[in-house]
Design a protein around this ligand. Sequence first.
Ligand SMILES: Nc1ncnc2c1ncn2[C@@H]1O[C@H](COP(=O)(O)OP(=O)(O)O)[C@@H](O)[C@H]1O
Ligand SMILES: [Mg+2]
Length: 360
Amino acid sequence: MSDSATGPAIEASGLVKVFGETRAVDGVDLTVPAGTVYGVLGPNGAGKTTVVKMLATLLRPDGGEARVFGHDVRHEADAVRSRVSLTGQYASVDEDLTGLENLILLGRLLGHHKSAARRRAEQLLEAFGLAEAAQKQVKNYSGGMRRRIDIAASILNTPDLLFLDEPTTGLDPRSRNQVWDIVRAVVSRGTTVLLTTQYLDEADQLASRIAVIDRGKVIAEGTKGELKASVGAGSVHLRVRDAAQRPAAERLLARVLDARVQLDPDPVSLTVRVGVRGEHGEEGGEGHGEGIGEGYGERESAAGQASRALAELARAGITVDSFALGQPSLDEVFLALTDRPAVHTTAPAAGRENKEGIPA
Ligand SMILES: Nc1ncnc2c1ncn2[C@@H]1O[C@H](COP(=O)(O)OP(=O)(O)O)[C@@H](O)[C@H]1O
Ligand SMILES: [Mg+2]
């Protein structure tokens, strides 16, 4: 039963779930390393909750298979359930009870003795910033407090794997930050977390690896660095002094960098992605590596390309007022992967096909 100490927390292959005409989940493979936060990122309706429910044994897959700590979700559902906990739109807290009463009750249901249940409840309320609200009925909690008590309820017994299904959707920035801190604390104590989110920055903040899911399929998977490297090593953002020079700057940058040039809404401003699509950067280290876009080996660095471009602009008599080299955002990653760009782009000068469907 417990010979799963070293394997992945989740191994799923070819998972399928069909609702009538809808293939909600259409052949999903996932490998979630134990002890990490794994992000499943996708828009509304992508199939995130359906994946979570199958992995948590709440829904039976129509195809494929999945193991949680080595246990088959179909045939060993009890063993899976003993290791996992779930937070999301399934909360078990009672609106009419206070926060403290809820946690004590749930602790008792989990088999804790009264004093132990009370101790654990108080400890969690304190840790989650809910000590002052302990005696308030949950129906009087704010959205952020409610989300926190839901998570507290789901970790009364420290689970080996915690599913957090969109834990911060609809929360204000401060409450989101509080939930993020909780997620970090939970994972630091050894729990594996599978987090679904619609927020690119949330996956970026919390997850070591990310699967991007769209219309029931995983369209990209990897470390943050790998995902970003598949889009480009970075972005050069620059402002020319004279808007009339922007078209010339655009042509020059596309030629010199052989890259996409994006015309920003501000008429003097341009953004260029540097680094070649499909080239994978090595992440700088284990876990929460921030070395995005590094490791191009023999290739010219993003900074090298950027300074070459700057020199060419000067030679062409184009005055540049500001210039910045940044890492691509997960937003850009998602747009590149789904081919649904938010902004107009220019095809590279090399005559490569412009995949972005620019409206005529
Ligand atoms: N019980 C259900 N019955 C019918 N369709 C469903 C059901 N649950 C989900 N769906 C559909 O499956 C797709 C994926 O839904 P869901 O997994 O909830 O996506 P997400 O959590 O990413 O927003 C959507 O098109 C949704 O409408
Ligand atoms: Mg959902």
